[in-house]
Write a protein that binds this ligand. Structure first.
Ligand code: SF4
Ligand code: SF4
Length: 153
């Protein structure tokens, strides 16, 4: 099930709009509430669910942790650095999981604008921006012909 917004809980803050990698969470221009404009394109990544401060977004849980007929609530607590999952199964059982959101301090990840602009030569290179130093390695591993299956080259 793609995301579904409870309009009575949504306050139109737009966090879900900013974070959706599919760009399908939009604010209704009449009601000023969020809604999923293209449910078929939702890949249930949960980004909007986790970002919503009002717990206004419902989404199906993945089948590996919640079978059909359940409900899932995700609670993101920045001050504790955790995300909690409350799963209610259709037979009434309830399970709660708590996981760390990250291992570095909140807000410590640099934004792209904090990095120097890449050179013209970097645009033609195979590496992505700031590779390999951002990966804490000297050089990206690469296949050499002698490591390929015999007969391929
Ligand atoms: S679950 Fe992911 S893809 Fe679907 S609407 Fe939310 S952020 Fe977008
Ligand atoms: S993040 Fe939640 S409260 Fe904010 S616009 Fe989206 S659904 Fe509404």
């Amino acid at each position: 099930m793609p995301t579904f917004v409870y309009m009575t809980r949504c306050d139109g803050c737009g966090y879900c709009v900013d974070i959706c990698p599919s760009d399908i969470m939009h604010i209704d221009t009449t009601y000023r509430r969020a809604y999923n404009i293209e449910p078929n394109m939702c890949w249930e990544c949960y980004s909007c669910v986790k970002s919503c401060p009002q717990h206004a977004i419902d989404c199906r849980g993945y089948s590996d942790f919640a079978p059909m007929g359940h409900s899932v609530r995700a609670l993101r607590e920045e001050e504790k650095g955790t995300i909690s999952w409350k799963i209610k199964f259709r037979d009434g059982r309830e399970k709660n999981f708590v996981s760390p959101i990250r291992t570095t301090p909140w807000g410590s990840i640099k934004s792209p604008s904090d990095y120097a602009a890449p050179s013209q030569a970097a645009f033609k290179a195979q590496e992505l921006a700031h590779e390999p130093e951002a990966l804490n390695i000297g050089k990206l591993p690469a296949l050499t012909p002698d490591r390929l299956k015999q007969g391929v080259v």
